[in-house]
Design a protein around this ligand. Structure first.
Ligand SMILES: [Fe+2]
Ligand SMILES: [Fe+2]
Length: 279
């Protein structure tokens, strides 16, 4: 079983510094095979913020799959945004625009959905989409294949559809036959589900996994949180993904597991296993 930690929206420059050590400790206890960071590492894309983000990432286990978010480009200053783009992100975090990790159980590919415009929203361009479909198609089908972006392709209904990335429906139709899990952030609220509720992709529904904000104080009604994805095989040897949500609990001064959702791959694609009601 593979353990993949999924953190997001660190927003260095608008973060709670007292959460850094507890987050690092929680991740160390999990001892993940891979750490995913789904964007918005900083708040204003300054050197100081990126240096802090870089220093923190260096304390986390590797390998890491990191993608940029809309805040990793200069957000408020249009001139800086156009002139600098992702230069500082590339300098301090990674120059790899499509990082990937592959072993004999999982394949993870990151894609940059944060472009110069629109400022807040994001998209995967048709050029990127073609590359992603080709890359995911090349992996053995026995692997659980995970695409990481900052902006979400899917959210629980009745989330505002404007929160989804641009051209999400087009992208989902192309990705669904070759991708198992969509991991994203941006919303600062955790969620999981099957894409079958929103998209009809004929037998190829995917799992979507949203991470909340791990350490920022940009709260959207939820405590700081991150996800652990446990990826393996169910009782009938079908592909299985279990998403554990870890949330900050003040009374315990630590991140602790607060919920879990299990997904299995069946004939119609990925579906959530109904939770067993408590007695
Ligand atoms: Fe964010
Ligand atoms: Fe964002």
């Amino acid at each position: 079983m593979r353990r993949v930690v999924h953190i997001s929206d660190l927003h260095f420059g608008h973060n709670d510094p007292t959460l850094l050590d507890p987050l690092r400790d929680a991740i160390a206890r999990i001892d993940p095979h891979v750490v995913i960071v789904s964007g918005d590492l900083v708040e204003h894309a300054t050197d100081e913020e990126f240096r802090a983000a870089q220093a923190f990432l260096r304390l986390l286990p590797c390998p890491q799959i990191v993608v940029p978010g809309n805040h990793d480009l200069p957000f408020w200053n249009l001139a800086r945004r156009v002139l600098e783009g992702l230069r500082k992100y590339r300098r301090y975090i990674t120059s790899d625009p499509s990082p990937e990790y592959v072993d004999d159980e999982i394949a993870i590919v990151g894609a940059d959905s944060a472009h110069l415009f629109p400022v807040k929203g994001g998209t995967v361009t048709s050029f990127q989409l073609k590359g992603l479909v080709n890359r995911f198609s090349s992996f053995p089908t026995g692997l659980v294949r995970i695409l990481v972006t900052h902006h979400p392709f899917d959210l629980p209904d009745p989330a505002n559809p404007h929160l989804l990335m641009g051209h999400a429906r087009r992208s989902v139709a192309r990705l669904a036959p070759v991708v198992d899990v969509l991991a994203a952030g941006h919303i600062h609220v955790s969620s999981v589900g099957s894409t079958s509720a929103r998209y009809n992709t004929a037998g190829h529904s995917m799992v979507y996994v949203q991470a909340g904000t791990a350490i920022s104080s940009r709260y959207k009604g939820e405590a700081n949180a991150f996800n652990l994805l446990r990826i393996g095989r169910g009782e009938a040897q079908q592909k299985q993904v279990i998403v554990d949500r870890y949330a900050w609990v003040n009374a315990r001064s630590s991140f602790v597991p607060v919920g879990s959702a299990e997904f299995l791959l069946g004939k119609e694609g990925w579906a959530q296993v109904p939770p067993v009601p408590a007695r």
